[in-house]
Design a protein around this ligand. Structure first.
Ligand code: BG6
Length: 468
């Protein structure tokens, strides 16, 4: 089978991870500009001041994407580049940059798929309470409006937020992302609710502008499976699905919060401060939400949490690798002897991917989906100057095959975006953990080089995945 004609083969990036130019052309400070400079917060103190200098090299990068045959490029807009103080004055130079990126994509027939928020919040807003403050919701909707008006004539695919669970959980529970708060369940749930409200209000706004594009959100997709048949572990897994998946997907796709979690967090005293109007807009927006974007890297292997002492959260085990008990201590995620893992301890499981997609279909029906991220973080082997990232090829091949099977089963999947189009800055793992089709030589003036996977993906796109 070839992938359907309207299926988009793409790849992705995010502003902070590629752009650099952190203080150029009127850009304001982001929370990451500040957080990454606090000693000990990131791997070897890396930050996005220069990143891979996409801000100055976007033409070269997009040309390479075109050469690879990429049909769509998912990138994010840096809010503080557009509105340096979070609210108020718009930075014309910021608009100009994204206009240029969009036009450059269109020149080659590459569909721009734009994320409004991939974690770089204007620092001014972070200092006022960030996502726990409802003023951030108002500010986001205005920022979204500026972007729709400036770019909406050419951008027809919008993602409001990238991975709410990550920036909220790492920001308010694990303390590994800004604002580096540890163990505050109340703030965590408040932040998630505010994000869902901002998403819903932006959708209503977008639809009222009649730009006739599509808009949705991107979530982490990390389906939970029990480690065994033990009823206690199965029960823990059901709980994990509720708090980790349904809490995030239900408000977007059903327009309401899952009752199970609402009751659970009420007992814990974590119920967000929500108004009837906010709940109503979330309800209304669900019908207008066009798609859900899924970022899949790995499933969760779940068991009942029977250890009393807290596992110490280190930077490494708070960015994806199993090993932590849940925020409420009910379950924990574990590594299993019979599973395969990456060098960073992330499980490799295309089977878990497909099984998870079936679960989604079961709960949410025929919703339109895109895989907005999927890929392998690795230290790529270099042999005689060639980057032979064969493990990445294998990883993507297996996962794209799972997507193909999903489509054959009638799952409404419309595109696949590999993470990432080019090697970029990992938030907490520096440049060591590579994901791209294009290599960036940090010892040689950030020179770009095609990896083996570049040629492989080009062929997949040309043949529309027929050989997979
Ligand atoms: C996703 C993010 O969570 O995972 C990306 O959307 C990120 O921005 C990617 O880079 C990989 O994470 P890491 O920690 O391996 O760099």
């Amino acid at each position: 089978m070839k992938f359907p004609k309207d299926f988009l083969f793409g790849a992705a990036s995010a502003s902070y991870q590629v752009e650099g130019a952190w203080n150029e052309d009127g850009k304001g400070l982001s929370n990451w500009d500040v957080f990454s400079k606090i000693p000990g917060k990131t791997f070897e103190g890396t930050n996005g001041d220069v990143a891979v200098d996409h801000y100055h090299r976007y033409k070269e990068d997009i040309k390479l994407m075109a050469e690879m045959g990429l049909e769509s490029y998912r990138f994010s807009i840096s809010w503080p580049r557009i509105i340096p103080n979070g609210v108020g004055e718009v930075n014309q130079k910021g608009l100009e940059f994204y206009n240029n990126v969009i036009d450059e994509c269109l020149k080659y027939g590459i569909v721009p798929f734009v994320t409004l928020y991939h974690w770089d919040l204007p620092q001014v807003l972070e200092e006022k309470g960030g996502w726990t403050n409802k003023e951030t919701v108002d500010a986001f909707v205005k920022y979204a409006e500026v972007c729709f008006n400036a770019f909406g004539d050419r951008v027809k695919h919008w993602i409001t937020f990238n991975e709410t669970v990550v920036f909220c959980a790492l920001g308010y529970l694990a303390g590994a992302h800004p604002p580096a708060i540890v163990g505050d369940g109340k703030k965590y749930f408040q932040a998630t609710h505010n994000v869902f409200t901002a998403h819903a209000r932006s959708i209503e706004l977008y639809k009222s502008l009649k730009q006739y594009g599509e808009i949705g959100i991107t979530h982490v997709f990390s389906p939970a499976f029990s480690v065994d048949e033990n009823p206690e572990n199965i029960e823990a897994t059901m709980h994990a699905r509720e708090v980790d998946t349904h809490w995030y997907y239900d408000p977007i796709l059903k327009g309401e919060y899952p009752e199970y979690v609402v009751k659970h967090i009420e007992k814990l005293g974590f119920t967000p401060d929500w108004t009837e109007e906010e709940l109503a807009v979330i309800k209304r927006a669900a019908d207008k939400n066009d798609f859900i974007g899924l970022n899949y890297y790995q499933p969760q292997r779940v068991m009942k949490n029977d250890v009393s002492e807290e596992v110490e959260r280190t930077r490494e085990n708070s960015t994806g690798a199993p090993g932590n008990p849940s925020f409420d201590g009910v379950y924990k995620t574990v590594m299993m002897d019979d599973k395969k893992y990456t060098k960073w301890g992330w499980e490799i499981s295309p089977e878990g991917f497909l099984a998870g997609l079936r679960l989604l279909k079961e709960r949410y029906g025929d919703v339109k989906m895109y895989i907005t991220e999927n890929g392998l973080g690795d230290e790529d082997p270099i042999i005689e100057d060639e980057i032979v990232d064969i493990p990445r090829i294998k990883y993507i091949e297996e996962h794209l095959s799972a997507v193909k099977m999903a489509i054959q089963e009638g799952i409404n999947m419309k595109g696949y975006y590999a993470w990432s189009v080019i090697d970029l800055l990992s938030w907490l793992n520096g440049y060591k953990k590579q994901y791209g089709f294009i290599y960036v030589d940090h010892k040689n003036n950030l020179e770009r080089k095609k990896k083996a996977s570049f040629h492989w993906y080009k062929n997949v796109i040309e043949t529309r995945g027929e050989e997979l």
